[in-house]
Design a protein. Structure first.
Length: 253
């Protein structure tokens, strides 16, 4: 071994690398424990409409470590547990500050019996006052379909715009059939049975219905000067290839 220069060089390099790693580890430990680099401030950026500064402060209470030791993942994890907080971005700012940028959920719709869906189609739980809840449409469907419900709602609302109505409820059944109920507008309370996507998409059936309303539903008298659906309780079955069936509560034929 001692007569083999190549082997000696390899051993020397290994020892040198090990010593360098131990030195770097020691320096890192010294930095993590050093009182010379205290963490003096956590700056919270971003507009907060629902989460309170007190909730943010409570979530960060007891955060340990100096500037180097404070775990950014821990900061994010703590703040992501605060109701209304959707996203947390963090960064260290030399020499003694961590900046936190918060993004809140924006409620897009109610989800089932409890919970909400944000504008990205993501579910979240938070306290929303009764007036705001009444303004939001209702989405319901199997777990994991929140994003699809939000996307379809927007599409259905665009298609229904010529009628001056928008859905106040969109349901995807366990059999993946679509059901709508119209909210404010001349056809408020009208329920639409769209069925499942097949040879033609449910959006195509809804578009045909909207195009046919002026020459069909709008001409059906329920009471003087009012279209059939204006009193609520009407139900339209669009699961037909070339038309639709109308049922109005109170009609016997």
């Amino acid at each position: 071994m001692w007569d083999n220069p190549r082997l000696l060089n390899s051993a020397a390099n290994l020892l040198f690398g090990l010593a360098a790693a131990l030195f770097a580890f020691g320096v890192l430990q010294a930095l993590l424990r050093s009182p010379l680099f205290p963490l003096r401030e956590i700056v919270v950026l971003g507009e907060l409409r629902n989460a309170s500064r007190e909730e943010i402060a409570n979530a960060l209470d007891g955060l340990g470590g100096n500037f180097f030791a404070a775990e950014l993942a821990d900061v994010r994890g703590r703040l992501e547990q605060v109701a209304w907080i959707r996203r947390v971005d963090t960064r260290r700012v030399w020499p003694d500050r961590i900046e936190v940028r918060l993004e809140e959920h924006v409620a897009f719709a109610r989800w089932g019996d409890s919970g909400f869906v944000n504008t990205f189609g993501e579910p979240f739980a938070a306290a929303v006052d009764a007036a705001e809840q009444a303004r939001l449409p209702l989405l319901a469907g199997p777990a994991g379909t929140e994003g699809e419900l939000a996307r379809r709602y927007r599409r259905f609302a665009d298609l229904l715009a010529p009628l001056g109505s928008a859905p106040d409820r969109v349901v995807l059944t366990p059999r993946h059939a679509w059901q709508l109920r119209l909210g404010e507008g001349p056809y408020a309370g009208l329920s639409l049975e769209l069925g499942r996507d097949g040879a033609d998409a449910v959006e195509d059936r809804l578009a045909r219905f909207v195009a046919a309303v002026p020459e069909s539903l709008a001409r059906v008298p329920l009471r003087a000067g009012a279209p059939a659906a204006s009193a609520g309780g009407g139900h339209v079955d669009l699961r037909y290839p070339n038309g639709f069936a109308l049922r109005v509560t109170g009609w016997k034929s």
